[in-house]
Ligand binder design. Structure first.
Ligand SMILES: *[C@@H]1O[C@H](CO)[C@@H](O)[C@H](O)[C@H]1NC(C)=O
Ligand SMILES: *[C@@H]1O[C@H](CO)[C@@H](O)[C@H](O)[C@H]1NC(C)=O
Ligand SMILES: *[C@@H]1O[C@H](CO)[C@@H](O)[C@H](O)[C@H]1NC(C)=O
Ligand SMILES: *[C@@H]1O[C@H](CO)[C@@H](O)[C@H](O)[C@H]1NC(C)=O
Ligand SMILES: *[C@@H]1O[C@H](CO)[C@@H](O)[C@H](O)[C@H]1NC(C)=O
Length: 371
């Protein structure tokens, strides 16, 4: 079964107080059981002395850092039989999060007698240049090496190294990845065709850039997901934002909303609530698959609220149905993850994806240039 973590971070800065609209869409949300189970002994960890800068000849370019990769030899048919290598290319997070959920590799390994290699993305997990995350993320001088071109050059080096070590010159390499990692896989195959015979890019928005994909594509489709389930649900959500603003602007309005939505700490502004809802709807749409069908869960609750319910009560009913029985629902204190921090740099420097809400979505209007 294809189960790749979909890590793409979608965000926008329209009504948001923080910049993050949508938190990390991590495998944790979908497969916490797989994540929490310990890695089997089949996985062996290695470190490669990786070159800091693959693209010029300045002395500091030759600085190295320990680059983590993990190999599963269990299914490997051996170099002598030219058995293939399936290489999972890490994306915007520590590699640990992915190993147990990349079912595609293990599901296909036996049939092909494949060696499974998993390589971490630089600046995440245990693959941090400059000795520490603190220094690596300090300023543009150190962050300048944090980009996709360097990352796929890293992957090429590691794969060439592994093939050499295993005398596996004739073993074909297939690279694979999901979401941003899938973009890397596709680009890897284009740029290093002598290293990879093929690439499998799963859920990879390789063309999600300005003047290629329409600015409002993401939110139009998310809206359509809701509208397809229920027109009245779509209308309720569309009309709720201004209703929330109106209530929030009243004296005591924020405490009314905090109570209505059972926030974990009092809402400080309406954007905190709107960010939460925005995120919930888009995550629901992005992962609207069986067995739960989250969009249907939300819309059934919104439409099914007792007949006297106002718009805001209906929205709250959608939240409770989607999240299940919790003691509180939003505004929990949360530490920033490595992905929050790292992807913030990546999406502002290089992975700048147009994410406007357009004017025919159920989300508040928002200027795409903001993101
Ligand atoms: C890799 O780097 C470590 C630490 O700097 C060093 O001890 C080791 O010899 C290096 N290995 C190779 C193969 O260069
Ligand atoms: C692979 O082939 C080499 C060269 O013919 C040979 O020395 C080696 O023993 C073989 N390895 C295995 C595991 O069969
Ligand atoms: C980044 O920090 C280092 C160490 O403090 C400093 O030498 C360098 O000039 C800084 N670079 C930029 C672009 O601020
Ligand atoms: C919801 O949680 C409360 C408090 O923990 C509990 O009393 C109640 O039975 C739960 N309801 C359901 C349907 O699980
Ligand atoms: C949406 O925007 C388009 C393009 O700017 C405009 O032509 C259209 O009239 C707008 N629709 C609404 C409902 O505001």
């Amino acid at each position: 079964m294809m189960l790749l973590p979909c890590l793409l971070l979608i965000l926008s800065a329209c009504v948001s107080a923080t910049q993050y609209r949508i938190p990390r869409l991590s495998p944790t949300d979908r497969d916490s059981e797989a994540l929490s189970s310990p890695l089997s002994d089949d996985f062996k960890t290695f470190y490669y002395n990786q070159t800091l800068d693959h693209f010029n000849y300045r002395p500091e370019s030759y600085t190295t850092f320990a680059h983590r990769y993990i190999i599963n030899f269990k299914y490997w048919g051996g170099a002598n039989s030219s058995a293939p290598i399936l290489a999972y290319l890490g994306a915007e997070g520590p590699l640990d999060n992915d190993l147990n959920v990349v079912g595609f590799s293990t599901d296909n390994a036996a049939q092909f007698g494949a060696l499974l290699v998993y390589i971490e993305h630089r600046y995440y997990g245990k693959s941090i240049p400059f000795g520490s995350r603190e220094v690596a993320l300090k300023n543009a001088s150190t962050l300048g090496y944090f980009n996709s071109a360097q990352a796929i050059a890293d992957y090429a080096d590691v794969l060439i190294h592994v093939k050499k070590e295993l005398h596996a010159k004739d073993s074909p390499v297939i690279v694979l990845g999901g979401s941003y990692g899938g973009m890397l896989a596709a680009w890897f195959r284009l740029k290093y065709p002598h290293v990879a015979l093929g690439a499998l890019a799963s859920s990879a928005p390789i063309l999600y850039f300005d003047n290629i994909t329409p600015h409002d594509a993401y939110y139009s489709i998310a809206t359509k997901d809701f509208r397809d389930v229920s027109e009245s649900c779509y209308e309720t959500i569309r009309d709720s934002w201004s209703k929330i603003e109106t209530i929030a602007s009243k004296p005591d309005g924020l405490s009314i909303l905090s109570k209505e939505f059972k926030s974990c700490s009092p809402l400080k502004n309406s954007a905190q609530l709107e960010d939460f809802l925005w995120s919930m709807y888009t995550v629901a749409a992005q992962y609207d698959h069986p067995p739960r069908y989250p969009v249907t869960i939300i819309c059934d609750a919104i439409d099914g609220a007792s007949s006297g319910s106002g718009i805001v009560e209906r929205i709250a009913a959608g939240v409770f149905a989607y999240k299940g029985n919790l003691s509180c629902y939003m505004n929990q204190a949360r530490d920033e993850t490595e992905t929050d921090v790292g992807w913030r740099w990546q999406r502002c420097s290089e992975m700048v994806m147009p994410l406007s809400t357009g004017n025919d979505t159920m989300f508040p209007a928002c200027n795409s240039e903001m993101q």
